[in-house]
Design a binder for this molecule. Structure first.
Ligand code: ASP
Length: 437
């Protein structure tokens, strides 16, 4: 108990010190070669990046073992389909609401309307090729599962593991033995998560110090209009929309929810990657909120891949902003296209840092906005990426709670207990695994 409080607090303190250290370096030492070479691009970069690698290292084995346990725990294919459809539908719905909210706020506020020297904008942004939408669907099915695991392609992994676990359910005793093994492996994996988490304060400090020593306030100032509209829309969605969903659909107290999300928020913010945060988000919803592993093992990795409300919000505001800067009028059809495109784009791309910009290029192409306009918002994108990633994973956890409520897979006792679920100590109860006789 004391350990939990101290570790979470330690991470938070490390984050704050990293932020201050980075900002000070940015202000006072941005042209001192020694500090830049040895600290920012040396120590900070190496330890921060190694820590993110350590988090990513957990994702594929954790998702695999716990998804096998999850599918076997749900026990029948019908229930699995229901959970899948509900999660998918809710993910689409929340993303649709996010982008609509962002467009509405941005149209009302009108960021970029009096923006100067739009024409002198450096077009340093070259868009990476976004995958064509047909490919997105074809590629859900892996042609080589080993490749999918090696590349960490989450949708392909989910597809293959679910199929494999369904086959396990159908093979009676053999499958049962395998499921028990997967459960044991899952418990060991959770222990590995704990070990990595012990280094979290150090990792988070270096990540924050590196980011903020590169991000100066002078990057934000000219973009303050765009920046603030994105942040306000993100906050309204995270605190407003999600709270209403939690109250009405999950019958849960949103204040408790937000408090319990804190460790996951810290990781999402520091890594700017929903994928790398999967181990922490899963731990939070299972251990601290009482959602069963059979639901969370499925909905969290799925959400990290297909659900990006925060990213959709950035896209909505960026569309209106760039249209205003370049004096291009967008009509209702264009806005509807933006809504549709950003929902599809969020399904087709993984939750990794900066992917939102690639998706944005896809949206711009579709409505005929100049893709090089993205160069304008590049400077502030890293910080917005951190905030929107936190919103993205909040959406994953919200939908998980709603699905769990519908399936009777959430323990209110655990959810309402402020001390439930020690983030550094994992003690998974054995799940009951149902099999066809
Ligand atoms: N970094 C975001 C995520 O991982 C995606 C993005 O908006 O770039 O969820």
């Amino acid at each position: 108990m004391t350990k939990k409080t101290s570790i979470t607090t330690k991470i938070l303190i490390a984050m704050a010190i990293g932020l201050v250290t980075g900002s000070l370096i940015n202000i006072f030492a941005s042209d001192i070669a020694f500090i830049q070479d040895y600290l920012v691009n040396g120590l900070f970069h190496v330890i921060g990046a190694a820590f993110v690698n350590a988090l990513k290292m957990l994702v594929v084995p954790l998702v695999t073992f716990s998804l096998i346990g999850g599918v076997c725990g749900i026990g029948d294919v019908g229930a699995l389909g229901r959970v899948g459809m509900k999660a998918f539908g809710l993910y689409l719905l929340t993303t649709g609401m996010a982008i609509t909210l962002a467009l509405t706020i941005a149209i009302l506020v009108g960021p970029g309307e009096n923006f100067e020297n739009a024409t002198s904008v450096s077009s340093s942004f070259t868009a990476k090729q976004a995958p064509p939408l047909t490919d997105v669907f074809i590629n859900i099915v892996p042609s080589n599962p080993v490749n999918a695991f090696a590349e960490g392609n989450m949708l392909q992994i989910i597809f293959f593991v679910i199929l494999f676990a369904i086959a396990m359910l159908m093979t009676g005793n053999i499958g049962r033995q395998l499921a028990e093994t997967a459960e044991k492996l899952n418990e060991v994996m959770m222990k590995v998560v704990t070990l990595v988490m012990d280094f979290a304060p150090i990792g988070v400090f270096f990540l924050m110090a590196k980011t903020f020593s590169e991000q100066g306030i002078d990057l934000i100032l000219p973009m303050i209009g765009y920046f603030s509209v994105v942040i306000v829309a993100l906050l309204i969605h995270a605190l407003g929309t999600f709270s209403l969903f939690l109250i009405f659909l999950a019958k849960l107290n949103p204040i408790i929810f937000i408090k319990k999300m804190r460790p996951a928020h810290i990781f999402a913010f520091s890594t700017a990657s929903s994928n790398a945060t999967i181990p922490v988000t899963m731990q939070v919803v299972e251990q601290r909120m009482g959602v069963s592993n059979s639901t969370a093992a499925f909905t969290i990795p799925l959400g990290a891949t297909i659900n990006m409300d925060g990213t959709a919000i950035m896209q909505g505001v960026a569309t209106v902003f760039i249209a205003n800067v370049y004096g291009i009028d967008l009509g209702l059809t264009d806005y509807l296209t933006v809504v549709g495109m950003s929902i599809l784009a969020s399904i087709g791309t993984a939750g990794v840092p900066g992917v939102g910009l690639i998706m944005l290029a896809m949206v711009f192409n579709q409505v005929g906005l100049p893709v090089e306009g993205i160069g304008l918002i590049l400077g502030v994108d890293r910080i917005l990426d951190m905030v929107r990633t936190a919103v993205n994973i909040t959406g994953d956890a919200t939908v998980t709670c709603i699905v769990a409520r519908g399936e009777n897979e959430i323990d209110d006792g655990i959810f309402n207990d402020p001390d439930a679920g020690v983030i550094t100590e994992i003690d998974l109860p054995h799940k009951s695994v149902k099999f066809d006789k």
